[in-house]
Design a binder for this molecule. Structure first.
Ligand code: SF4
Length: 335
């Protein structure tokens, strides 16, 4: 690591060691809280990072202290050269992981293993095929579910990410937790967050407190064990006594975790977002293509990072459409 010039530390002393890289704006699902119903204006192909550019930018971050890279999308595996990117990035001294909707992940088992990828997050918002179809606008529940079972059988560390929407899938919280009785997975419930075009409404969000109320109503208090969160963890983790897996809540809206944030994001068109909620972005791809150094741009972007949620440091601010709407849609951020 280049210690002379710590470009990844922000003005609050947070060291950014975790880079999330969105490989594509494309996806083979159309989740309602992620992809606006009317679709999105895709970046021109020439504006999307090539696999060499993904590698070069990622390597710059690794040279300055990034130790973890997560690949996201859209759906990262729909990118035709996803295998090349995986192989190139696996040569870097980082923990490489991926977030996928698992529709086609069965085709990548060998590549993922050869790239030493162990941690796979899968988005699954319902255990009901009809509801899955409603929220993803695609009929792939059986495929996704059998691929999740395949990942577990192949000994990957699987986390299921479920965005909870009130009146839609909040009645499945206990079913999801019961999955962890026999399956060594972590089920993570995500508070519905506002992004461009996802028609966010606070009334549709199921909060951390509401989730735990449902859990305490359905399990004996003594069975519900709060387990140690990992450093920089975004989730609050629990286990039901004697269950093989665990569950967790990611509460960016009601219980944000920005104090220990170590995350930065690179979009598929080569923009650095210093925060999931930041409306400002820094173009790394254009200067890279012009042969200019990108470190000063990275440093400036990290230095300008707000303490919390891109400056929306109160719930009131987060609820203001003109503030939270001034961001990308989730599909082009990658979570
Ligand atoms: S909202 Fe921004 S600052 Fe807070 S944890 Fe997420 S990325 Fe970090």
């Amino acid at each position: 690591m280049n210690t002379n010039n710590n470009i990844l530390q922000d003005s609050f002393g947070r060291q950014h060691t975790y880079l999330r890289v969105s490989l594509t704006e494309l996806c083979n699902l159309r989740c309602t809280y992620c992809m606006p119903a009317e679709g999105i204006q895709l970046s021109p192909r020439s504006h999307i990072m090539s696999y060499d550019e993904v590698y070069e930018i990622a390597k710059t971050f690794v040279d300055h202290g990034v130790t973890k890279i997560r690949l996201t999308g859209g759906e990262p595996l729909v990118r035709r050269d996803a295998d090349i990117i995986l192989k190139k990035l696996s040569t870097l001294p980082v923990e490489l992981s991926i977030t996928s909707n698992a529709v086609i992940i069965d085709r990548f088992i060998d590549i993922l293993k050869s790239c030493n990828i162990k941690n796979i997050n899968v988005s699954l918002d319902s255990l009901n095929a009809e509801k899955f179809k409603t929220i993803t606008r695609r009929n792939d529940f059986e495929k996704v579910y059998s691929n999740i079972m395949l990942l577990i059988k192949e000994s990957f560390n699987v986390k299921l990410n479920a965005v909870l929407i009130k009146g839609f899938n909040d009645n499945e919280i206990i079913d999801f937790i019961k999955l962890t009785k026999e399956l060594p997975i972590s089920v993570r419930f995500i508070e519905f967050m506002p992004f461009d075009g996802n028609k966010w409404d606070k009334a549709k969000m199921v909060s951390y407190a509401e989730i735990m109320e449902i859990v305490y109503t359905n399990f004996n208090e003594k069975e519900i064990i709060r387990i140690q969160d990992a450093p920089n963890d975004t989730s609050k983790n629990y286990i039901i006594k004697d269950y093989k897996g665990s569950f967790a809540i990611i509460s960016s809206v009601t219980n944000p975790f920005c104090d220990s944030c170590n995350r930065i994001r690179l979009t598929a068109n080569g923009r650095l977002k210093n925060c999931l909620f930041s409306s400002s972005e820094s173009d790394l791809l254009t200067p890279l293509r012009e042969g200019k150094p990108i470190e000063p741009i990275i440093k400036k972007a990290i230095q300008s990072k707000f303490k919390m949620r891109g400056g929306m440091d109160t719930q009131e601010k987060l609820e203001q459409p003109d503030l939270h709407g001034n961001n990308r849609s989730m599909i082009t951020i990658g979570g």
